[in-house]
Structure formats: C-alpha cells, structure tokens
Design a protein around this ligand. Sequence first.
Ligand code: ANZ
Ligand code: ZN
Length: 889
Amino acid sequence: NYSSRKNANAILSTHHNIQKKNSERSLDSTKNTFFYVLSMFPYPSGDLHMGHVRVYTISDSIARYHHLTGKNVIHPMGWDAFGLPAENAAIDNDVSPNEWTKKNIQTMKSQLKTMLVDVDWEREISTCDPEFYKWTQYIFLQLWKSGLIYQKNASVNWDPVDMTVLANEQVDKNGNSWRSGAKVEKKKLKQWFLKISDFSEELLQDLDKLELWPENVKQMQRNWIGKSVGVEFDFSVKTLDKNLTLSVFTSRPDTIFGVSYIAISTEHYLVDKKYLPSDKAESIIDFSKSLSKNSDKNINSKIGIETGLFASHPLDPKKKIPVFIANYVLADYGSGAVMGVPAHDSRDFDFANANGITDFISDSGKSELFCEKGVLKKIPANDIFGGLSSDDAAKRILEICKISGLGRVKTQYKLKDWLVSRQRYWGTPIPFVYCSSCGPTPVAESDLPVKLPVDVSLSKRGGSILNSLEKWKNTKCPSCGNHAVRETDTMDTFVDSSWYYFRFLDNLNNKLPFDPVKINSLMPVDIYIGGIEHSILHLLYSRFITKALQTSSTLKYNSSVLNEVKKGLDNPLSIENTVEPFKRLLTQGMVHGITFKDPETERYLKPNELEYTNESEIPWIKSSKKKPLISYEKMSKSKFNGVDPRSVIAEYGADVARLYILFKAPPQDVLEYDTKSIVGMQRWVAKLFRIVSMVEIKFKPIKDYKILSDRDQWTAQQKETYLLTQKSIKLATDVFENSFTFNTLIASLITLSNNISLLPTVTNPHLDLHISETYALNSLLVMLSPIAPSVSEELFERLHLNNNTYLKTIFAYSWPKLDKSGLVSDKAVCVVQINGKVKFKLEMYSVLFNNETELKEIVLNSELAQRYFIDKNTGKHVPIKKTIIVSKR
Ligand code: ANZ
Ligand code: ZN
C-alpha cells in the first residue's frame, strides 16, 4: 500500500527513531579506525536552502557509508554564527543578534533533522557561544605570544554605508563593497593582523601534498599566494639634503635599460614634505591623497603626478629618471614602486601615454609595445648586453648589480597578512585592553572569555555599538591595575571558522581549546565537503592556523595550563601529525533553479505571472500569452526561482529528495533543479516498495554465505543477477571511496532493481527466491541505505522482521563485500555463420553451449537473426537445412 505522496511523513513517523538509533553510535572503543567526515558548517540564516540540502546529503551519505564499513565515524555539525548579516537582520527585525541567531539555529536544526541528516549532535558547537569563543580568544592570545599577531596602522578598505573595514576580497572588481554595494574608500586605522605571510612558502609547498584535493582549488590557492621570483634594484634619489634609496621590484630585470620613469605608490615614504621640492610639495601631497581615496582596484585609467624628484639608474648613473606618484602602483606589493618600462609592459605603456612620457625605446623607434622576451638591442648605455637574449642578459645584469650592491634576487608573494579587525558588534571580542601606561595589553587567560554583551539593541545600521557601551568598555589594566579601555573591534568570522574542526573533536574540553592528543589521533579531516566559493580564503586560513598552532612555541611551552597537561606526557602539545587539516576536499556545485524572463524586457517573472497548461513544465506569460525566456540560474529571491527544501521534503519525502539531488548531477557540477526528474526518483522508490511487497512473505534471509560460492549449478539468470550485484558493489564502493559520482551508483542500483523485478521468482508468488536473488535484494537495500536511509530501513525491516533477523536497524549490518570472482562473467561469444560466411555475433552464457536445442532457439529468436532468417518478400521464416554447432572455437 505504498503511497508515494504520503511516503515522507509516514516513513518519517514510523522511523523517527532512525535518528536516535544512529546517534547513539558515539565512539565505539572496539573499533579502531576513525573516519572524520566534515561539511562546512552553515551560517544560521534561518532557512535551509537547496545548497544546504545538497552539501549535507553528500556528507551524510558518505558518513553513513563509512559507518556501514565498520568505522568509528565522526560527523559533526555546528553553526558559523557570528557575522554581519545577523547584525543587519537583527536591526531590520528589531531583535538582538543573539536572539535572532539562537532562534535560527533551532529552526535550521529541525530542518536538518527532516532531511534525515544523521550528525553527532553531542558535538554541536556554535561560534557565538562563549564556550566556543573563549577558545578563539585563547588561541588569539597564544598566537600573539608567539609573535604571529601584530597591530599596524594601515590603509584599509572603508565601506561608508556599513561603516566598517572590508577585507580585500570583500571589494569587487569595480571597487564596490560586496555587501552594501557602496564605493569603497581608503582610510587609515590601527588594525590587528595575523602573520600569514610568514607561512607563504609552506602554504605553497604543502599544496603538493594534498593529492586528494581538486587541482583547480590548488591552483587558485597558488595564484592567491602568488609567488614571484624577480630582482630588486636600488635607484638613488637626490632630495633637498640627502641621497635616498628607491628600491623597485621587477620580474623583468632584462628591461632595466628601457626604464623611462619610476612610479611610486601614494603610500611611499618619499611622498612626504621632507623630501618633495618645497614649492610643489603641498599640491603633490593633496593630489596623492585624492588618488588614494579611490580604491586601487578599479584602475582603468592610469593617473599620476610628477614629484619633481629624479632617480639615477644603477647601471647608467648619468641618466636622470623622473619619479611619478601613480594610482596603479600597489602600496603593499614589492617595495611599492615600479620601474616603468613602457616599451615592454602594457600598464607602463598606458601610463606613459596618459602622462606625456615619450622617451622610450622600442624596436621600430616608434612607441609600440613588445611584451615577450627577446634579444636586447645595442644602445650606448648597454653596450655589453646588446645582442644577448633576455634570459642571458638578466643573469649578467644581476651579476653586475650584485657586485655594486644595487641589485639582488628577491622572492615576492602576493599573499598579504590577514587583517582580522572588524568594527562590528556581532563577533568574537578581541581580548585586549588599552592602558595609558602599558599600551595594548592582553586580557589574562584566567579572565577569558571577554564576553560580548548580548542584551543590546542596535538602533542604527553601521559602526560598532561596543564603542558606546561605557560600562562594558571601561575596565582595569591586567598589568598595572589602572583604568583601561577594552578593544571594541571584533574578529573577522574567518578566525572562528579557521579552527572549529579541532573543537568538534573535543567540544566539551574546559581546560583547553582541544586536547592535542585527541587531535593527533583524529586529525586530519578525512573528507571535507563544501562550496567552491570557500576555495581560497577559508581553506587558506584554516591551513595557516593549523600550521601556526604546530609551530607556535607558546602553545607548546609557555602556557601554564598547557604545561600542566604536559607533565604527564612526552610531548602532549604537539599536533605535529597534522600538517594539513583536510586530507580530501570535495567541492560541490551550486543548485540552479528554472528561471523565467519576459522576452521583451528580460524582467524576471513571478510565479503568479505565469500560467501552466497540462502540468507541463513550460508555462505561458498570463498577460501577453507569450512564451517566457527560460534559463537555469543561481536561486535567489530577486529571480523568483528559489525552491524551498521544506516543500520538496513535504511532497516527496526526504529520501526521494536526497536520491534526486545525488542522481541529478555529480557533486562538483551545477545542479539544475527540475520537478520532472524528481518524479522519476519517486517512481523508482515506489518500484522498490512493489518488489518488497511481492516477496516479503516468502523472504528467507541467507544464513550461510558459503552457498554463494557454489555457483556452477546456477542458471544463467541466477548468474546474471549475481553478476549485476557484484558490479553494483564494486561501483558503489568505488563511488563512496573515490569518485563520488553518486549518479552512477544510483543508476547501477536501478539496473539491479530492474533485473530483480523481472525475475520469475519475484513475480510468481508460488516460486521461492533463489539465494542469488535474496542476496541481491539484501545488498541492494544496504547499498541504498546511505543515500535513502528511511526507505531502505523500512524495506529492510519488512524483509527481516518475520525472520528474527532484524537487528533494529539496517545500519547495524555491514556493507556488502565484493566477490571479485563474481565479477567474471562466464559469457562467451557465439559466432553465427550462414553458408560459411560470418553474419553476426551473440554474447551468451557458456553453459548454453552444452545444450544444442536451447542454443539454437536463442540464436534463431535473437533480434539479429531476424534479418537473415525471414524472407523479405513473404515475411516467412526461411527453412534451415542443416545446423552445425562447433563449440570452443
Ligand atoms: C619592470 C617590468 C618590465 C615589469 C616588463 C614587467 C614587465 P609579478 O610577476 O606579478 O610579481 N610591479 C612591481 N611592484 C609593483 C607594485 N607595487 N604595484 C604594481 N606593479 C608592480 O609582477 C611583477 C611586476 O609588476 C614587476 O616587473 C613590476 O613591473 C610590477 F617588461 O618591472 B615589472
Ligand atoms: Zn596598565
């Protein structure tokens, strides 16, 4: 009586205990293999979206599979609960971010449960919980002690609407804020930085160790780290009273004779009244300020100003080179200065043309650009280099400059130190106070956490309200006891998520962020699943924190708490086994929804503007009766193309939704959500229910698996079923271990179920199931269970309950073992000749070759045979005079 529509809730209620049963499997001491499955923890926005459904279906299926293979599986879940959106949403809804977040967590937790996601709720963490952020602060202090955190006055990206500092990556290509869309300005503020740049080389090198990461993600990280080996040249600049050194970094030392000007950034030390020609200094500085106000991200036009200073060339000291301030020179790359070579660099070419620099050498004597390497021209100044190839010239130039001390090899990275200060309320408070006599002073470890006041109301958008909370702000200096003021900035939420996976392994520890002994035995994460959008920052920060904790001498030797732990053990604080936090990475693609647009205006159409005929997928526009433009796009409220997972689960059931998600596309690809194919999955599940109802009364579980090896006597059909079962086992195991192409796994289970459904023993109630068939059905359900846990549980229970072979849950059984010998099909090819000529070939079981009558019948009835044995004119069978069967040839 399976009714697909009711399936979800019916099964949910009969099997509401599936959750419990499986969650009871806290670590089993008899199992010594561990498997840590982690999906990127969600931001508690309040609603589960299809992207969540996708990622948690993948991670849950993988976790359940490893459980079936007998491992201790760690599959935790938590909440990335701090951050700007909570604050803005809270302002809009007039509740505190704390209340808003807590409520959302409750909602999302129950939504996850309806998806049948089986996670270790006893490991649950939330980054906004003082029990969690206490340790974020603790780690911050440890990193500070080991010299990996510092404060610096820096020019930062300032969002004038949200009134906060933005990280570079929160500023888009056009120099606008990712959130408010406002034009980002530059502003100087004292900020906290994490010294990720100390680890540039290690972060780069160790990417090669990550064999199980997608190549594209590793490449993105390499590009982000941006290693560049070049040369630093020293030019000298004569100012009013002294000679100063002006260093430039170049990747093309061979072009040094083509320098026509030098461009420095607006932040360069030479941009100072002390050094600039006194009559023009003020106006130059004003102009420079106006340049720096605009973000350096959007440099379509190259603007600059002459400083009036001249530099002398390291190899041609007589040549006087004008120094410009230019908007395209980055303050924080290389030495913040560029040797301008308009003939060979396109940016320099543009700058020169825009700023009236005409003095440059090019092949034809005209002003044109040649960016490749080539052969150096002979000019008076480079007499000895003329005629050399770019690479040879570069070597010789470097040799000579090394002798004079005016040039050296320099390795440069694009990776910048990590600015973690945020002028926001809803984040981990930075555990420092400012004392007028002691300066910035760390809060004592014993005073952690520095609690975030939660009983607040945020009246207006922007700025941190911590600044206005006098009671909270004013405190005592931990060092001298005098009055001090708390740091009112909070941490970037990427700090929280850079270490949360450690805390999952020891979330109740109240002495330390985690016990390193546990980390050593349970890390790294075996598989980490999440969106490609986190390929760079989150993963890089996590890799950095792991390496920083490893090398942090403070964590190892200086902390009082840690020293206590250390006493009993050899080297208890070493997390040295964990060089990299995530062994394997699986990045899942986005879920796109069907999107309708007006063909004339390209306006997104709302569902109520459309009209459907005959339940077809393609609607008409009500008002114009025209066909809309159809595309699949990222689901979003503004495109009216979102699909609410709650309604999908309510209509089709969690299992069908999960099956569909995994069947529709391999995890890495974009998934185009459509209702047509979800119905396909629903029908297949219904078919499984039909198969089970046909056999459940007569089902006899296998007691003795040895019988399976006794396959010689089986019929061809039984062998075929066994072969299909083994093929599925092989594929399914490989999918869960390596390829994660769940679509192929489901396709193979569908093939197997089709085979089973046609078996005479299944369709005829009076025939008993053969052992190969029992085995196939049993294996099918176990292989299905990681993906569709409640359906397979229900069907499995029906088969086993009458036989006392039901162990309370399907998850108490084992993943089927592959029988390699079962994969060898004993099929052979039968070559059919007519009048001595080969006509066609048929593949069939070799046992058939022993039975002439059966063989003849199969050959003559085969589809191919019809072409040859039927008279085209009469449509009748051509009589066969003589048949010869030659076996084993
Ligand atoms: C002269 C030159 C000639 C350059 C030429 C390139 C081609 P990568 O390879 O990415 O490291 N550069 C150096 N510092 C800069 C800064 N602070 N802001 C903007 N540009 C800067 O890039 C190195 C090149 O970027 C350097 O080599 C320099 O231009 C420029 F035919 O020097 B080159
Ligand atoms: Zn003090």
